[in-house]
Design a binder for this molecule. Structure first.
Ligand code: CO
Length: 647
């Protein structure tokens, strides 16, 4: 089939704003699935674990001009439930054919939502499970909730090659009750997901199910506070951004919105227009992995180590956002498309939110002698999505500022994972009678494919040191910032050091600012922590990326995910620790930096029954990228603007 015919099949291809990095459309997902299915005669026992855009080479993106023909390819991971073998496939939509098909023995793709639904039904129907419930006095199956979880890898022969889910069980007290308040402790049904059969039901002993309600919805709140006046965001002339297809322009910022079922929102080709020239900063940015290790060693808790990106496919769990609730003001939404495990296309409406926010003061100075006050308000562009993964919600927010700063902020909310308390609370905090919220961490890894004024970048560690007392520091006050080139991958494995104000600077020595300095952005870390898991623990082998806060690698298209392509049931060693063994040189090359940041969660009673948002993130700040404050040209607020001071 020719390109023209492919275009005819997908009317959006005619759209003048189409671009090679656009996320897959409904019809592209359907077509890719159909091509693979027809070519390989895939029956009902095949599941589509991944259907995502096969991103084109950078050269294609760099040379692309609007209206150019677009070659669209789709990457698929397909699981044969009969044999347990998975296949990686690439489909060409233009050529209407499968262009590669690779068996991938030994890997387990992510756990898919419909596997979870089917596994829950299989567990509830199983007599051993019903017997275990009866031992606890539970007879109404409709009120039982089962969350199948990824099992991890603990070197057990019986688990090798078996696609497994181990489950957590909960009990609602009524159909709309919060089940997470009532853990059915010590009950672990295990399912073979390929056969969709219960392997066994582990029962580590009956513990009374905690009975205190943990509800938060309107039906359960006796009285709302009465003193909230309306707060409206009004932009009478509309927002200051424009959207053409998936290209966003806001003041001097420009980027493309991408989406993939694994990582969710992807930012492509982020640049800043400076003196009429679009200056690249980031080629691609995404949340490449996250892992949530829990700290309770008991039999039904020690395996809680979910990799929500690689093992589950965070993007597939993206919320459909609601105006006025999730987002306030003049909003532009982007929809997203994912596939279900049978290859059906699912449209997630309003998946990605784009809007502007007032952000206080951008800069200010009062020159009291001449009675001159200059102040500018800061405005930021926000692009975000929210994913719900069982009990937890994660909001992933990127902010663009008028001073050239890019900020990544993750908002953690939802419901704590609790255990029934049958003695003093260990490994957790009592958050309700009989309810022990378990200690855990959320470790995120963002992959930043840098392109600071071009692809040839170098990375430096910068920290501050006091000068030893002596002729250079006679009064003991002197300190300097010390900059060290990280010339290879081993040198670039770094930890934060708040006491020396450490940051990392990504520079392009081929481009100098007006002061003769290499143009640079710096990665400024925020809150962070290290894992508490032992170096020999399963989770540290599987998520070795967690042991460092900062990594840098030369760009390689196959190096996408810091714990490897297929972390589910994998013994570990893949990803960043593996790639960096060769200690490749990093100077003046196409660089990818990986920032790893951990949110440490010792629960509080105030996190119950639903957690107020906790925040974690980092910033990319221009550091010599511009010749001076790039926000000088932000105009003063209009005199008549809405300032209603009390008389
Ligand atoms: Co938490």
């Amino acid at each position: 089939m020719t390109t023209t015919q492919a275009v005819a099949r997908s009317p959006q291809d005619l759209n003048q704003f189409r671009h090679p990095l656009d996320p897959l459309t409904i019809s592209e997902v359907a077509t890719a699935v159909a091509i693979a299915r027809n070519d390989k005669h895939l029956g009902r026992h095949y599941r589509f674990a991944v259907v995502s855009l096969q991103e084109p080479d950078k050269s294609v993106v760099h040379s692309f001009q609007p209206g150019d023909p677009i070659e669209r390819q789709v990457f698929l991971v397909i699981l044969d439930n009969d044999t347990g073998i998975s296949y990686e496939a690439i489909v060409s939509l233009n050529q209407d054919c499968l262009i590669s098909w690779q068996p991938m023995p030994g890997i387990q793709p992510r756990i898919m939502t419909d596997e979870v639904v089917e596994a829950e039904a299989a567990i509830k129907a199983h007599p051993d499970f019903q017997t275990a419930l009866a031992k606890r006095g539970i007879t109404n199956l409709d009120l039982v909730m089962v969350d199948p979880w990824v099992p991890g890898h603990f070197g057990l022969a019986e688990e090798e090659g078996v696609r497994l889910a181990r489950s957590l069980c909960w009990l609602r007290s009524s159909p709309t009750d919060n089940a997470y308040a009532h853990p059915i402790e010590n009950l672990v049904p295990i399912v073979d997901l390929n056969k969709m059969q219960v392997v066994r039901v582990e029962d580590h002993g009956v513990v009374p199910v905690p009975s205190s309600p943990g509800n938060y919805g309107p039906d359960f709140i006796k009285e709302y506070r009465q003193d909230l006046k309306p707060l409206q965001i009004i932009q009478p002339e509309g927002p200051s951004f424009t959207v053409e297809g998936h290209l966003v322009r806001w003041q001097k910022w420009q980027f493309r919105v991408g989406f993939c079922p694994r990582e969710g929102l992807v930012l492509h080709t982020v640049g800043y227009e400076d003196n009429g020239k679009l200056r690249p900063i980031l080629y691609r940015a995404s949340l490449a992995e996250m892992v949530v290790p829990y700290g309770d060693p008991r039999p039904n808790h020690f395996r809680k180590n979910a990799f929500d990106v690689g093992e589950i496919g965070l993007g597939t769990l993206t919320n459909s956002l609601k105006l006025g609730c999730d987002c306030l003001g003049e909003i532009h939404y982007f929809d997203a498309v994912v596939a279900d495990s049978r290859g059906g296309s699912i449209l997630i409406e309003n998946a990605i939110c784009l809007h502007e926010e007032d952000y206080g003061i951008l800069w200010k100075h009062v020159d009291w002698r001449i009675e001159d006050t200059q102040v500018r308000r800061s405005r930021r562009l926000v692009i975000s999505f929210i994913a719900s993964i069982d009990n937890y919600e994660y909001g992933f927010f990127w902010y663009f500022y008028q001073d050239g700063t890019i900020q990544c902020e993750i908002k953690l909310t939802g419901i704590l994972l609790c255990a029934a308390l049958n003695n003093t609370p260990q490994y957790g905090t009592l958050v309700a009678p009989e309810l022990n919220a378990l200690n855990h961490q959320h470790t995120f890894c963002v992959r930043l494919d840098m392109s600071v004024d071009g692809e040839q970048n170098s990375v430096y560690e910068v920290h501050t040191e006091a000068i030893p007392l002596g002729p250079d520091n006679p009064y003991g006050n002197a300190f300097v910032a010390k900059k060290t080139l990280l010339a290879s991958e081993s040198e670039a494995q770094q930890l934060i050091d708040p006491f020396s104000a450490r940051y990392w600077q990504i520079s392009n020595s081929n481009v100098l600012n007006a002061l003769g300095q290499p143009v640079s952005y710096k990665l400024l870390p925020g809150d962070n922590v290290l894992p508490f898991a032992h170096p020999d623990s399963s989770i540290l082998k599987r998520a070795g990326f967690m042991t460092k806060h900062f990594w840098a690698t030369p760009y390689h298209p196959a190096e996408r995910y810091p714990a490897g392509e297929y972390p589910n049931q994998h013994p570990g060693g893949q990803g960043l620790p593996k790639w960096t063994e060769g200690d490749r040189p990093l100077e003046n090359t196409d660089l990818v930096v990986w920032y790893v940041f951990g949110h440490h969660h010792i629960p509080r009673p105030e996190d119950w029954p639903v957690m107020p948002v906790a925040y974690i993130g980092f910033q990319l700040k221009p550091a010599g990228f511009f010749d001076c404050n790039p926000g000088l040209d932000v105009p003063p607020s209009p005199k008549h603007s809405t300032c209603h001071a009390q008389p």
